[in-house]
Design a protein around this ligand. Structure first.
Ligand code: FVH
Length: 292
């Protein structure tokens, strides 16, 4: 069980680090903060945090060490010099890393007798402590269970198992869905704006439909996991025609339909291989090297 009065150290006061530290301070935790470039702790110190002059001072405050830095390399650069001080301690790394980078950090931690938990934040800084924020964790179960109440100050938490790379795997796979969706949304916004409308009126119409479409993820997932694309909701041939129409409508407004052309390339690879009557979702096999 987490002792909510126990100290916690926070390394990294970028936009996300500050949001995480602020939530802990507001929850009454005894928080020591450090940032490479001084001057970012002012508001936190006013609310009760202690600013440490260096990483060594920061970790000497005790309790779990939460790391939220730019990338994998900055985490190693920051933690390497204090590895000995961290022996027997819990390190929770919320920095975005690839699965292999997370595993490398877990191995590094193991070699120094450090208990390592990796975390992937599925939220933006203003969402921390608010409904809708989620953080995925994987790695040390003991650290997850031991500090769960602390994690719940930030967001709903999910433990994804002992492999430290799993949280990063899901994180970056989810973001792989978000960026093309945003790019497609922006293609639509550019098209509507070029026709004299506003992005705001486009967003009003797009949001309910796109939100409803995420309801089909479980059906798509069942099709992909089953590997049978023979009973299509939307065939690849039909999708070629739909994407062509979207491309023409976009170009009519002088906008380049780069995001939908990218989807078109995936679809055409399938139709050119003679699979036009199969389900659109079959493009997943092309991404995975078309082993079927
Ligand atoms: N902000 C967000 O919306 C996303 C949401 C999902 C998860 N991410 C990840 O969280 C990590 C930190 O993100 P951030 O938003 O706090 O990032 P920045 O505001 O850019 O701050 C970066 C901090 O990292 C420090 N830093 C950079 N390089 C080093 C280094 N070599 N040694 C020590 N510290 C370093 C930087 O320090 P400074 O530039 O102020 O001195 C900031 O504290 C990130 O992995 C996101 O992917 C956030």
């Amino acid at each position: 069980m987490t002792d909510m009065r126990a100290p916690v150290t926070m390394l990294g006061l970028g936009a996300m680090g500050r949001a995480l530290a602020a939530a802990l301070v507001d929850a009454g935790r005894d928080v020591t903060v450090w940032n490479r470039t001084p001057g970012k702790a002012g508001a936190l110190v006013e609310r009760g945090a202690v600013e440490a002059a260096g990483v060594r001072d920061a970790v000497s405050a005790g309790g779990p060490v939460v790391v939220c830095l730019y990338d994998h390399a900055s985490v190693r650069e920051t933690l390497d010099p204090v590895a000995a001080e961290l022996r027997g301690r819990a390190v929770v790394n919320l920095t975005t890393t690839t699965p292999d980078e997370a595993r490398e950090l877990a191995k590094w931690a193991d070699g120094h007798g450090i208990d390592y938990l990796d975390g992937a934040i599925m939220a933006t800084p203003p969402m921390i402590g608010a409904p809708g924020a989620q953080i995925l964790y994987s790695g040390s179960r003991e650290v997850f269970d031991g500090h769960r109440a602390l994690f719940e100050v930030w967001a709903a938490c999910v433990y994804d198992g002992a492999d430290a790379g799993t949280a990063s795997l899901f994180d970056l796979a989810i973001l792989a869905g978000m960026y093309p969706l945003f790019a497609g949304f922006l293609q639509g916004a550019a098209t509507v704006r070029a026709a004299g409308g506003t992005a705001a009126e486009f967003a009003e119409r797009a949001a309910p439909f796109l939100a409803a479409m995420t309801g089909s993820f479980s059906h798509i997932a069942r099709t992909v996991d089953g590997g049978d694309y023979g009973d299509p909701v939307q065939s690849l041939d039909w999708t070629v025609a739909a994407l062509d129409a979207i491309g023409r409508a976009t170009r009519e407004q002088g906008v380049e339909p780069v995001p939908t052309d990218m989807v078109g390339a995936l679809v055409r690879a399938q139709t050119e291989a003679g699979r036009g009557a199969e389900d659109f979702y079959r493009i997943v096999e092309g991404m995975a090297g078309d082993r079927k």
